[in-house]
Design a protein around this ligand. Sequence first.
Ligand SMILES: [Fe+2]
Length: 279
Amino acid sequence: MPTTNFEINGKTYAVSIDGCPEFRYGKNAVLAGVNTDIVYSQPWYAEGYTAADFLSVDEFAFLKSGLTASVKKIITEELGFDTHGFTLEKYHHFVRTNEEHYKVVSRTRDLFSADFNFPIEEMIPKFEKILGFSLTDIDPMLKEKLHIIVRINRPKSNDYNPPHKDIYEEVDKNDYIPPFVNFWIPIAGVTENSSLPIVPGSHQISEAEILRTFDGGVVEGNTYRVRMIREWSGSHTLERAAVKDGQVLLFSSHLIHGLAINEEEDLSRVALEFRLFKS
Ligand SMILES: [Fe+2]
């Protein structure tokens, strides 16, 4: 069975790519530039990401308790389980099988659209202050409101995406680079063993040095919509982003990230993931 190796913080992972579409190098061009990356002028642009303070201790506690209540309610409604003593970190003690987990995550996508206690509208001004320009959650091309995704990643599970860049789908389908920036907010169980792996500086690598699929990916038998990146400048090495409770990880839409294997023994990892456009 074909496999490919990646390294995260010194640990090697061999993942199956059986059934994966063909891998090819791209053209000799760097896609990220002053007109194609809205974070180009940020002081942290050489690395392509930063962790910024954004919530007070009280605000973070409020956000986390709201999410805990929402996920707990979904478990009760979808699975009919007793959720006495539920915490996000112990999610995998309550939701034990893949089948149960998929039922829950099918609903966590819409958490923020309705009656959530911390709507994105209240967060946007904080992000605008960090970046110094206006942001919107309406996709300028599709005119659709973007959703915040609640990512729940159980210990030692396959609840992750392959290494990828968020821009590739639009680049491949429409030859278009959408003007957005990525946000990733730790909520529970984010540690040096579970945080999001990224490749610092990878947004400035020529496409001729990036080996990737051009139509989704298959890892460990799971099919993904994102194009899978297998190698960059001859490297397969990622590092876990250092980001703490109350902070937000901001990163270029051109930065390679993913393969967020949760290496914690007994902690589920929960993070919010979304994009915002320059308005
Ligand atoms: Fe992504």
